[in-house]
Design a protein around this ligand. Structure first.
Ligand code: NG1
Length: 452
């Protein structure tokens, strides 16, 4: 048992005065390439990390959940299973627990829901919150696994990953499926190349002579707060961009059905990345006002529906908004392509080229997708001067962490240099601010009787 698992086991016992019957460990993740590509149906290249959320649990004889969060001062929340599970206020940690469970209940028959058992749960984690390391999805997945274990329901990882991506909509994000899939499908010593719609996972061996060093910018990007609005706005710009391309295709007499950019790479369309790039360049302007958008689309209803779906509002503010569809698509298409290129570099053990792809990915996320911030850019600059082969923001952006590709034998030197540059004058408010990591295993369920 690792330290966190042992501590959670003991804490459950101390709190509930009985031993847990199972433990669930669910890891965070970093994404090495392909940012905001997942919900556009283009690939990503993440890995699970050796920082996790652990939940110790025991099934109850009724349909209640009693959940205790160590990292929120042992706050204790109780709720009941049911066809509807009311939300706590936005941003509350228990909404992620409810999201995972509600996501499963939605897939079940009504009569089955009434027969399900609840659990006593005690949770603890070592994934820094709001730092782009996916603590939220780790909690969604961990909670779902507790429910499945308590009710002895068998599952397969890939479909569960797809359900969990939908399940997380409960908290208000309109995200893709990268985080939940990485959490469930990660394998030690491998990166995952994930393709979506349908979900497909390929394991790519990682060169053990390199570490992925995570540097925390100290800027929190809680997706339950401002970053949620910014994230959903990017999602809306991408969906609007798709409508604009559609109307361009119609005007040029080539109307066909597709949902996301990634569909065009698949049969029967079989576009290449350069076809996608050309299509986006021909059909999208860099920036649109709301009026320009409506006049180009000739369909106000469809545009307003997307904005509402992505919780952008109120409608009285629409005329003041700008939609950078052309720029956003330039990033998505080029980052999807960088995933393919960097996968090839890994197969050819060309880590220098892999690092270059990472750096280009950061520049594109900064300039075209506009999800970086000064602190992340400063971190990338310091990292490149401190011996990193590649550096970029990871995850949704707007704060959080960078990831850095560093040869293992240079890691100590890299950390010292970062401490004496980026971190020198900044308050040591967050701890730890540098994490040295390797690709790790996905989520697991441990049955306590097997190690008591
Ligand atoms: P994080 O960094 O965990 O908030 C989010 C989305 C991903 C993906 C990335 C950007 C959720 C749960 N996660 O991740 O699907 O779109 O941003 O690449 O919405």
């Amino acid at each position: 048992m690792n330290d966190l698992i042992e501590k959670t086991h003991q804490a459950f016992f101390d709190y509930f005065a009985e031993k847990p019957s199972f433990l669930v460990r669910s890891p965070g993740r970093v994404n090495l390439l392909g940012e905001h590509t997942d919900y556009n149906g283009l690939p990503v290249l993440p890995m699970a990390i050796d920082h996790s959320i652990v939940i110790a649990g025991c099934a109850r004889n009724d349909n209640q959940f009693h959940v205790v969060a160590h990292d929120f001062n042992d706050e204790n929340v109780t709720f009941k299973l049911g066809v509807s599970i009311p939300k706590h206020p936005q941003g509350h940690w228990v909404n992620y627990v409810k999201a995972g469970i509600k996501g499963l209940l939605d897939k079940m028959e009504r009569k089955d829901v009434r027969a399900c058992k609840g659990c006593d749960l005690y949770m603890m984690g070592d994934i820094p919150y709001g730092s782009g390391l996916s603590s939220s999805s780790a909690l969604v997945v961990a909670s779902a696994l507790c429910f499945l274990q308590a009710n002895y329901i068998p599952f397969h990882r890939s479909p569960l990953a797809v359900w969990m991506a939908e399940a997380e909509y409960y908290v208000g994000t309109r995200g893709g499926g990268m985080d939940q899939a990485t959490c469930l499908l990660g394998e030690s010593d491998h990166l995952l190349k994930l393709d979506f719609f349908p979900l497909r996972a390929t394991q790519i061996p990682w060169d053990p002579n390199y570490s992925v060093v995570i540097c925390d910018s100290g800027v929190r990007a809680q997706k339950s707060e401002n970053a949620l609005q910014a994230y959903n706005f990017r999602s809306a710009e991408c969906r609007l961009g798709k409508l604009l391309i559609d109307s361009f295709l119609k005007r040029s007499g080539q109307s066909f059905s597709w949902e996301r950019l990634g569909d065009l790479l698949q049969k029967p369309h079989n576009y290449t990345y350069s076809d996608l790039d050309e299509l986006a360049r021909r059909s999208l302007k860099e920036v649109y006002s709301f009026d320009e958008l409506i006049s180009e689309l000739g369909d106000k209803k469809a545009a307003v529906k997307i904005l509402k779906d992505c919780s952008i509002g109120p409608a009285s503010t629409y005329s003041k908004l700008e939609f950078s569809c052309g720029k956003r698509f330039r990033h998505i298409i080029s980052d999807g392509w960088r995933v393919e290129q960097s996968r090839e570099s890994l197969m050819n053990q060309d880590m220098k080229k892999f690092g270059e792809c990472m750096l280009k990915g950061h520049q594109s996320a900064r300039d075209d997708f506009a999800i970086s911030c000064k602190e992340l850019n400063d971190l990338v600059e310091s990292a490149m001067e401190s011996g990193s082969l590649g550096s970029r923001l990871t995850g949704a952006g707007f704060g959080g962490c960078t990831i850095n590709l560093v040869p293992k034998k240079k890691v100590n030197n890299f950390v010292k240099k970062m401490e004496s540059t980026y971190y020198r004058d900044r308050a040591a408010s967050q701890d730890p601010r540098i994490l040295i990591t390797q690709p790790s295993n996905g989520a697991e369920i441990l049955i306590c009787s097997q190690f008591d």
